[in-house]
Design a protein around this ligand. Structure first.
Ligand code: ADP
Ligand code: TRP
Length: 325
């Protein structure tokens, strides 16, 4: 069984990315073969600043390693270090029906807002299909928002196999990551870099982390008032870090009254700091050792290319192109 997933380097990782995606796919590493990549080709559809793209890609690699991605258990690589994926994208593009892409949400949302879309955004799901199909991936853990793209991938693989011969491409299965892990941002809405309400996994300084946590929006209840934990973003975030007993204890203090939101925020700050303490230490090491990070990425790319070339060769032959093997 091969597990594969990718994440775009479009900004620094926040708690939503971590609990909603990264922590869950790191937990799956070590399955027969696991491939995790940083989708820098995809990020080009939105990030147009070369220095920013480079920085986000490097940060993504460092952060993933710091958070526990183990290169002995999973191949970690940059999407663009495996150029075979662009060739497979073209081969898939030749059998992709326009209507399939017209209904995909990233493009549709832009079109509905009257924003001009590039061909890159329109064909984004085909590149994603190539990412998955190039490695005969069986399981693709993704957030709910990506399930549509997995369906497109399956459609394309089926159509390709129908035209060029059964079993050329492996049909993958999406595995929806725990949807209940929808992480609220500092304003109580879904945490997202588009809403400017994020708390980063690795804030630059402890002071910045504290400031972000202290800025979480709460209602205007006084210290004495009894409070409702379930609807409070401070409590919802605390739940991500605390065990059942700790959660029950804080919930009781909310309901009893006599505790201000400032106290709850302090508890959250402590819990988050403790949760990421080891990762923060590991991160420092990787930040100071970019050569090791690059070696890990190159070794990952090598593993990915070995598998990718095998599949691409099979696909080229099936289409009537000269096989390279
Ligand atoms: P953003 O909304 O900040 O642009 P992305 O769309 O790049 O984040 O998200 C990358 C991954 O992280 C996706 O798989 C998505 O499901 C997950 N994710 C992002 N924000 C959240 C959140 N607030 N709660 C749970 N998962 C999230
Ligand atoms: N589109 C995904 C996202 O925005 C990232 C991604 C690119 C991906 N290629 C992939 C995820 C292949 C899983 C498999 O989150």
């Amino acid at each position: 069984m091969r597990v594969l997933s990718g994440i775009q380097p479009t900004g620094r990782f926040h708690w939503g990315n971590y609990f909603g995606a990264i922590s869950q796919y790191i937990a799956l590493q070590g399955n027969e073969q696991s491939f995790y990549f940083i989708a820098d080709y995809h990020a080009l559809t939105t990030v147009r600043d070369p220095a920013a793209l480079k920085g986000f890609t490097q940060d993504a690699a460092i952060d993933l390693l710091a958070l526990g991605l183990d290169p002995d258990k999973a191949a970690l690589f940059r999407q663009s270090d495996v150029p075979e994926v662009t060739e497979l994208t073209w081969l898939l593009m030749t059998i992709t029906q326009m209507h399939l892409l017209e209904k995909c949400h990233a493009y549709k949302d832009k079109k509905e807002k009257g924003v001009a879309a590039d061909a890159g955004l329109f064909t984004y799901p085909v590149l994603m299909a190539a990412d998955i199909l190039l490695y005969d991936s069986d399981i693709v853990p993704v957030g709910q928002d990506q399930i549509q793209h997995i369906e497109v991938t399956r459609d394309l693989a089926q159509r390709f196999n129908h035209i060029y011969g059964d079993e050329c491409l492996t049909l993958p299965e999406g595995r929806v990551l725990d949807a209940s892990a929808k992480v609220p941002g500092t304003d109580g809405e879904k945490m997202s870099k588009s809403y400017d309400n994020t708390i980063l996994v690795f804030e630059e300084t402890p002071k910045k982390l504290k400031k972000k946590i202290m800025s979480i929006k709460t209602d205007s209840k006084t210290v004495e008032d009894p409070k409702v934990p379930e609807t409070c973003p401070v409590f919802q975030l605390y739940q991500l870090f605390a065990d059942d007993e700790q959660q029950a204890e804080l919930a009781d203090r909310y309901r009893a009254g006599g505790m201000g939101y400032g106290d709850a925020k302090k508890r959250l700050l402590e819990a988050a700091t403790a949760h990421f303490a080891e990762a923060t230490e590991r991160r420092e090491k990787f930040v100071n050792d970019p050569d090791t990070v690059e070696d890990i990425l190159q070794a990952g790319a090598q593993q990915a290319r070995t598998k990718g070339r095998e599949v691409l060769d099979r696909v080229r032959s099936a289409c009537g192109l000269k096989s390279k093997g």
